[in-house]
Design a protein around this ligand. Sequence first.
Ligand code: NAP
Length: 280
Amino acid sequence: MSFNKQPRQILVTGANRGIGFLVVKKLSETSSVDETIILLGSRDVKKGYDALRQLNSPSNVFVLHLDTSSNESILHAIEEIKQKHGGYLDVIVNNAAISIAEITEDSARQVFATNYYGIQFINEHMTPLLINNGRIINVSSQVGIDTLQECSRSLQEKYTSSELTQTQLNELVEDFISSVRTNNLENLGYRTKPDWFVYGVSKMALNALTQIETRQWSARKNLLCLSVTPGFCATDMTHFATNARSAELGADSILYVINTPANQLESGGFYRDGQLLTIS
Ligand SMILES: NC(=O)c1ccc[n+]([C@@H]2O[C@H](COP(=O)([O-])OP(=O)(O)OC[C@H]3O[C@@H](n4cnc5c(N)ncnc54)[C@H](OP(=O)(O)O)[C@@H]3O)[C@@H](O)[C@H]2O)c1
């Protein structure tokens, strides 16, 4: 046994409630402070400390103030990790997300700020903190896959091209948001539907981002980039739908990709309940 080994350090964003909170809870219950330290990301510090108290303030959980829709907040959190938490991460779990049912430019901007651009900025700027063989876990959704399948063939090909760059993906996203404003979505190849449409496009773009990040970073530091869905779970996001499964099961789906040895996972893979799913 090595006594010099630093504990595994895991950041979970949006962890003050819902599935992210349960991921932190289960991680802290199954490991000691010598093994795993968990940074509980919360955009509202007070809610973060309330969540910590709900966990009975375990010694291996620390609140990290992090609004994932704000570049300034992300850069501030990076400084805090450097100053208070040893300046390294083993795993980033991009769990924070929002859904807004209405299809307006303003709601699309808000949803993409958290579900897409924030994750892109976190991954770009926190990658230097990741250890060799570290992992980036982007929490996605089946809704992203379904939304892609409903798009025109030409749009599907753009989002899934193995040559798609981050700049081109950002252009696709900006075209999407502009066409929400100009009411031109159908001409661009999107099929609108109520409730989960904007959220679905944000997760569809996130899936494409994970593929780009996999191509970019697998070679660098041997990082593992993964997508995972918790499945349809009873949380605030789904208004605790009575036909949804428990948030605990959703957390287990995410814990699988956090804890499974890298050689048993496929880089760029999309997982649910320990199973590798096909994206397109
Ligand atoms: N629930 C499902 O059925 C389901 C299905 C598929 C995928 N997912 C995905 O699973 C993840 C967790 O979902 P959930 O059901 O647990 O959602 P939730 O209950 O609505 O919780 C969302 C969490 O994200 C935080 N958050 C939102 N915007 C943020 C921001 N800008 N910065 C930092 N934190 C932010 C919220 O903080 P506040 O308390 O401050 O609002 C909250 O802690 C999401 O990525 C979601 O898309 C969920």
